[in-house]
Design a protein around this ligand. Structure first.
Ligand code: IPM
Ligand code: MN
Length: 370
């Protein structure tokens, strides 16, 4: 029997309650398959700071170091709570970016998926959604503005100033492009390269390397899009996209727009892969305003489990079962609060009801080992 260690970083806000539902699914996967999971919970984010004085404590680093994969909930605090923490220990800068850097998880995959049966969740018209939205954003996750040198102070004119650096070398660019080309080869063989080469020199180098790497994937057609135009097209005609690749900051912004066209960031799981280690997380924040109310959508967290099974544990069939189970729950006419207004033609369910329904559906599906 295969056995894996999974570090569980439940995070802040709605993190613990959506992680609970993801664990229900993991437990069922364990029961149904020839696999065992050792779950290793660890403190991470704002909660870890208040407990230990550090947002990414050494004990958590040790657990993550020995884990085969990391499942991470959203982190972040309300504006008021954040102000109680020194700026560099705030969970984004003090925990999340160091996690990404520690494991060099450069390749972030963010599926933007909505079958046509669920078009009612989207703010876009049904005719725009057509046969459904099914694209993947591939975001470079450990370079660019996020990790460049920063400087701030008072300049010669006595004005406060700040300087942040956008830096990439050719290896950082080519490795993420290879990931995107490989994915495009397995899908529709079209890659949308998102850039801003009319202004940014970083995009000029990026595009040069796109041309070089493209020569190794002759069957993939590359379509170049300026990032601002891509933002418009994601609203007007999202179905033209299949795989989109972009640098870190563009990916942060466009992937939230991805959640927007689906109807909710709650539908946005993600995989963050490095050469040695991978972690999985929802693309959204910790929603402190609805924390503890049993109304958050656990789809992004359960979807992150599916991505973990596929990418870290070589269980693509079970991953697909989980996707199908989640979509099946929605297709049965249920909705979480983020996706529908009260009074619309759906039955509203809570966080744990959604998890229970997914488990119920998954339990009825065939496994490859049976
Ligand atoms: C994301 C998040 C993070 C990011 C924040 C929490 C630092 O928005 O994963 O998209 O900007 O990368
Ligand atoms: Mn983001």
């Amino acid at each position: 029997m295969k056995s894996y260690k999974i570090a569980i970083l439940a995070g802040d806000g709605i993190g613990p309650e959506i992680t609970k539902e993801a664990i229900k699914v993991l437990k069922l996967v364990e029961q149904r398959n020839d696999v065992s999971f050792e779950l290793l919970p660890a403190a991470f984010g704002g909660c870890a700071y208040f407990e230990t004085g550090q947002a990414f404590p050494q004990a958590t680093k040790d657990i993550c170091d020995q884990a085969d994969a990391i499942l991470k909930g959203p982190i972040g605090l309300s504006h008021e709570e954040s102000k109680k923490i020194p700026i560099d220990e705030q969970p984004e800068r003090g925990a999340l970016l160091p996690l990404r850097r520690r494991y060099d998880t450069f390749a972030n995959f963010r599926p933007v998926f909505l079958p046509k049966e669920l078009a009612h969740f989207s703010p876009l018209k049904a005719e725009v959604i057509g046969d459904g939205i099914d694209l993947i954003m591939v975001r470079e996750l450990v370079g660019g503005l996020y990790f460049g040198e920063k400087e701030s102070g008072v300049n010669e004119q006595g004005l406060r100033y700040v300087k942040e650096t956008l830096e990439y070398d050719e290896l950082q660019i080519s490795r993420i492009l290879h990931e995107a080309f490989k994915l495009a080869s397995k899908r529709k063989k079209v890659l949308h390269n998102i850039h801003k080469s009319n202004v940014l020199k970083s995009s000029v180098l990026w595009n040069e390397i796109v041309d070089e790497v493209a020569s190794e994937y002759p069957d993939v057609k590359v379509i170049h899009f300026l990032v601002d135009a891509a933002a418009t097209m994601l609203c007007l005609n999202p179905t033209q996209f299949d795989v989109m690749v972009m640098e870190n900051m563009f990916g942060d912004i466009l992937s939230d727009q991805g959640g927007g066209i689906l109807g909710s960031l709650g539908l946005m799981p993600s995989a963050c892969l490095g050469d040695e280690k991978a972690y999985y997380e929802p693309s959204h924040g910790s929603a402190p305003d609805i924390a503890g109310k049993n109304m958050a959508n656990p789809y992004s967290m359960i979807g992150s489990v599916a991505m973990m099974l596929e990418n870290s544990f070589d269980m693509p069939e079970e991953a697909k079962n989980i996707w199908d189970a989640m979509q099946g729950v929605f297709a049965d006419g249920y909705s979480t609060a983020d996706l529908s207004k009260p009074g619309s033609d759906v039955e509203m369910i809570s966080t744990d009801q959604f998890g229970d329904k997914v488990v119920e559906k998954l339990a009825k599906m065939a496994t490859v080992n049976n």
